[in-house]
Design a protein around this ligand. Structure first.
Ligand code: DNO
Length: 387
């Protein structure tokens, strides 16, 4: 009998408006969560991990993946004060492993996590999706952030349109654009403009090669702990997968991932294969990337996007978009047959739809759109497995 993937669901913890019961009704068995109340860089105490695990298990679910144990900026930039943050990271991993939670997602994106310019793009069916638009990003970059040298990063047509938009937007629209770009993970804090400016300067000095080296240094610094405790680290791709606001990006395409897994060639050094993040890259061939790195894929985000000629993209329905989800699912289910442990996947983001349109929900993480996504994806898997 063919093995099924593990169906998981991201939960932002007890404060999430989507409950553990909702997750069960969506049909997921695994929970993906993090201790969002702990500031980046601080130690995750055993007690807090136990408490979260107990809440999840009391609901009849399991905590399968941690998304994320955030990597502090001092580590990403390898500042002289990085040492204590590395120590905290190592101990947090040990504490998680002691509770049997051994798949950990993280990212190495400078300062900002995922970036969108709009969180409520209306679809033809009236549902709402997250959206990334270069003209708006440039409007923010050139006229709100006023980043030095930003003019060199955009073609003329985008600069013209950005100026037009900046001049026509109301102060409220401009505020909303900034809020969207600077937004952090729900329950975690957003970045301030001045902080972003300072970081941009810091990363300019580090550059692409420096950031790559910092990542390998970070992984080397936690390697013994991961190997001894059986932790598998999974790096999340950059979202979107290209440099923005002058910040370097090092996990955006096949070459990046091959570099990361070969430069530190140990099984603990794995990948969170996010089809939506990678899919936004104009030259990214998603099935080809999976084929190249699949042995190191320990966690999967299934999401779709639609791009236009300018490279702008919106998040499409899970089975509809530029990513051929059938091909991806076929490769994924085949790889899953080779594993002792089922590969966990989660429906990543979903449209805000039906009753959720009236609710305040974490952007991308309303219940019904993800429930639809998960249902479609599990149906696709079942169809492929033929049982
Ligand atoms: C967005 C998420 C990301 C992801 C982190 C992983 O919805 O996929 O925020 O959790 O980048 O560290």
């Amino acid at each position: 009998m063919a093995k099924k993937l593990e169906q998981t669901w991201r939960w932002y913890g007890p404060a999430d408006t989507v409950s553990l019961q909702d997750i069960k009704q969506a049909g997921a068995t695994g929970v993906v969560t993090a201790l969002h109340h702990i500031p980046h860089g601080e130690l995750w105490p055993l007690e807090d991990i136990r408490e979260r695990k107990a809440i999840i298990e009391a609901a009849g679910l399991t905590w399968s993946v941690v998304e994320s144990v955030p990597v502090h900026e001092a580590i990403k930039t390898r500042r002289p004060d990085a040492g204590p943050y590395i120590e905290n990271y190592r101990q947090s991993l040990l504490n998680l492993a002691a509770e049997g939670i051994k798949t950990v997602c993280y990212n190495f994106m400078p300062v900002l996590d995922w970036t969108r310019t709009q969180l409520d793009l209306e679809m033809r069916d009236g549902s709402k999706a997250l959206y990334f638009n270069w003209n708006d990003l440039a409007a923010f970059d050139l006229f709100v952030l006023k980043r030095e040298g930003a003019e060199q990063d955009y073609p003329e047509d985008i600069k013209d349109e950005a100026k037009r938009r900046f001049e026509s937007y109301t102060p409220a629209q401009l505020d909303l654009l900034s809020t969207n770009v600077l937004m952090g993970i729900p329950g975690e804090r957003s970045i301030e403009l001045d902080e972003l400016r300072a970081s941009i300067r810091e990363y300019a000095a580090i550059g692409f090669d420096g950031l790559r080296q910092n990542l390998i240094w970070f992984l080397s610094s936690i390697a013994d702990v991961c190997e001894e405790s059986g932790i598998r680290m999974t790096i999340h791709p950059d979202d979107p997968p290209y440099p923005i606001l002058g910040l370097p990006r090092i996990a955006s395409n096949k070459e990046d991932f091959l570099y990361i897994i070969r430069e530190l060639d140990k099984p603990f050094n794995g990948i969170c294969f996010c089809t939506g993040s990678l899919g936004a890259g104009v030259s990214n061939d998603i099935p080809a990337i999976f084929e190249a790195v699949k042995e190191r894929v320990y966690f999967v985000h299934l999401r779709n996007i639609k791009k236009d000629e300018q490279g702008n993209f919106f998040e499409a329905d899970h089975l509809d978009g530029d990513v051929n989800m059938y091909t991806v699912m076929k490769a994924l289910t085949a790889e899953n047959q080779l594993r002792d442990q089922a590969i966990p996947f989660r429906p990543d983001h979903g449209h805000q739809m039906l009753d959720d349109l009236q609710k305040t929900t974490a952007p991308g993480y309303s219940a019904i759109g993800r429930l639809r996504g998960l249902a479609e994806l599990r149906g696709l898997e079942l169809g492929i497995l033929g049982q």
